[in-house]
Design a protein around this ligand. Structure first.
Ligand code: FMN
Length: 163
């Protein structure tokens, strides 16, 4: 079982559905999952590195924490508003995050030159903090007629041996 924080960047709400679909699949795989729709860096850090007391109370291990970033891109390749503070706090943080592994799901529209740039930028920022990327970014293109919730669930299942 892994302890997973799903960190969501969304303006219009679509990415929230994708995150919740991932949560459902991860729960069915017996992971402990929390979804952060309004990501607060310090809160996420406290969930990622629980105190010994919290570990005992919740039977959660501190080992192998995982972040799943689920973000759309807005503006001209920018982070969604609800995600900007998290990204800024991450960049300014000097805590050792090298025990954190992560996956990124990007939601975007390929009619923009900056397709899924927010997902790419946050992935680079997380890697720069020493975190290990579990597998390459998964992107979904909303200009195509797809069901990103279903595809995200399939992607989680395909990668379940890595999580
Ligand atoms: C004003 C605006 C700007 C956008 N800019 C980008 C962009 O730069 N790159 C991209 O890949 N998608 C872009 N998109 C597409 C959104 O990422 C896409 O519609 C996504 O599904 C929105 O997710 P959300 O509902 O979680 O906010 C933009 C959409 C809007 C409305």
């Amino acid at each position: 079982m892994s302890s997973i924080q799903i960190i969501v960047g969304s303006m219009l709400g679509g990415t929230e559905y994708v995150a919740e679909a991932c949560e459902e699949t991860l729960n069915s795989l017996d992971h402990k999952v929390e979804v952060h729709l309004q990501p607060d860096f310090n809160h996420i850090i406290s969930k990622t590195f629980p105190s010994k007391n919290e570990q005992n109370n919740n039977s959660v291990s501190e080992e192998n924490p995982i972040w799943i970033i689920c973000t759309s891109t807005h503006g001209a390749g920018e982070y969604p508003d609800n995600f900007k503070q998290f990204a800024s706090d991450l960049e300014n943080c000097d805590q050792d995050l090298s025990t954190v592994s992560f996956l990124t799901i990007g939601i975007g529209d390929s009619s923009y030159d900056t397709f899924c740039k927010a997902a790419q930028d946050i992935s680079k920022a997380i890697i720069s903090k020493g975190c290990k990327q579990i597998t390459a970014i998964k992107t979904f293109d909303m200009s195509e007629d797809i069901d990103p919730e279903d595809l995200a669930q399939q992607w989680i299942l395909t990668n379940s041996d890595l999580i």
